[in-house]
Design a protein around this ligand. Structure first.
Ligand SMILES: NC(=O)c1ccc[n+]([C@@H]2O[C@H](COP(=O)([O-])OP(=O)(O)OC[C@H]3O[C@@H](n4cnc5c(N)ncnc54)[C@H](O)[C@@H]3O)[C@@H](O)[C@H]2O)c1
Ligand SMILES: [Zn+2]
Length: 338
């Protein structure tokens, strides 16, 4: 898949990790401790393995990455390889965007979520105590290498979280893929993974090429399931549900909101719900209080227009951003799916 952006384009390809490392002999690798342990044993490269988890998307770790690049004498001709999940991709991507005003970056996503979502689209960044992704840059990589063998060591729950984003892309953009997933949920080592992963990336490509800098609103449809999902992640305490699990529940609720508004085909919420359940994802709103969830939705920056804006399904494999969704409808649908 080739992805075009204002400054050029980059290719996303399935490649083996050993091939990728061989092709960049002068690379500096940024990774996390898990991925380093499984995939970089006795590697000759300069490696920085940051602590595992979201807390590494911090000013402190960003500083650590810059210091690593400077200490190893990185120049504009050095390549930074971001080898890891979305945390490493966002962190190392932002460091590559800013070190010497930008050095070549290769994204090598190792989680399913990073493969189908975060490694594509050029968004990089870190968090502030005040909120997620508040500092960052649009910085497209020079190349994205999908090394499917790395999924062998990905924990099952992380794999599942990635499948939620694939179901999402299918529901809003590719009904044939949705039916394929309905027929048989994805498993690790699935022979369909190469096609399904590349198809999901191509679907995200079709949206981000339309709206590279998230300025036209076109990119907002990728938030299907996310407005309710973020509220669930937040209200149930971060860590209770993974991002993908919360988004799975969010998709069911947002599909029923669409049905209630007469925008989404009747019965689609039920179909999404049974598909996701078969995949092993949760589909019921936890009993944390629907009022609290609505409050969290209002605080979510992606909903910060008049009333609530939601990406809603408008047909089999189509969607649009809908403004001013009435609160009573949201409350009812949250209640109904609890
Ligand atoms: N830039 C974007 O467009 C974009 C899009 C979506 C999400 N994100 C960001 O991505 C992050 C979430 O990404 P994530 O879910 O990949 O989280 P993550 O990077 O924390 O990875 C999840 C876990 O899996 C481990 N892991 C990753 N690959 C592994 C492998 N091959 N073997 C064993 N363990 C492995 C990691 O160490 C970690 O514990 C969030 O910070 C989110 O904001 C960014
Ligand atoms: Zn997501």
């Amino acid at each position: 898949v080739r992805i075009r952006h204002s400054r050029g384009s980059y290719e996303v390809e399935i490649e083996s990790l050993s091939y990728v490392l061989q092709s960049h002999p002068n690379a500096l690798i940024v990774t996390d401790e898990n991925v380093a342990r499984f995939w970089l044993e006795s590697s000759p490269f300069p490696i920085l393995a940051v602590s595992v988890g979201e807390t590494s998307k911090s000013m402190e770790t960003y500083w650590q990455v810059l210091q690593f690049l400077a200490a190893r004498g990185a120049t504009r001709t050095s390549t930074v390889i971001a080898l890891g999940g979305g945390v490493v991709g966002d962190l190392a991507g932002f460091a590559a965007a800013t070190y010497m005003r930008g050095v070549p970056l290769v994204q090598v996503p190792t989680s399913l979520l990073a493969m189908v979502d975060s490694s594509v689209g050029g968004k990089t960044g870190i968090n502030l105590p005040e909120g997620k992704n508040l500092v960052g840059a649009f910085y497209p990589p020079g190349h994205v290498s999908i090394c499917l063998e790395t999924l062998e060591t990905l924990p099952a729950r992380e794999f599942l979280a990635g499948t939620a984003e694939i179901w999402k892309a299918a529901a809003i953009l590719d009904w044939a893929l949705f039916e394929e997933l309905e027929r048989l949920p994805l498993v690790r080592g699935d022979t369909r993974l190469p096609q399904v992963v590349m198809r999901s990336i191509d679907l995200k490509r079709s949206i981000v090429e339309e709206d590279e800098f998230e300025s036209t609103g076109a990119r907002a449809v990728l938030n299907f399931g996310h407005t309710v999902g973020h509220a669930i992640e937040h209200a149930s305490g971060y860590g209770t549900y993974s991002h993908g699990e919360a988004v799975a529940i969010g998709m069911v609720v947002e599909a029923s909101i669409g049905e209630r508004l007469g925008l989404t085909p009747e019965g689609l919420s039920r179909r999404i719900s049974s598909g996701l359940r078969a995949q092993g994802l949760p589909v019921s709103v936890p009993s944390v209080g629907v009022e609290g969830l609505l409050g969290a939705m209002h605080r979510d920056k992606k909903a910060a227009t008049q009333g609530l804006a939601l990406a809603l399904i408008t047909g089999y494999g189509s969607c649009k951003l809908v403004h001013g969704v009435p609160e009573p409808v949201i409350l009812e649908c949250l209640q109904e799916n609890t």
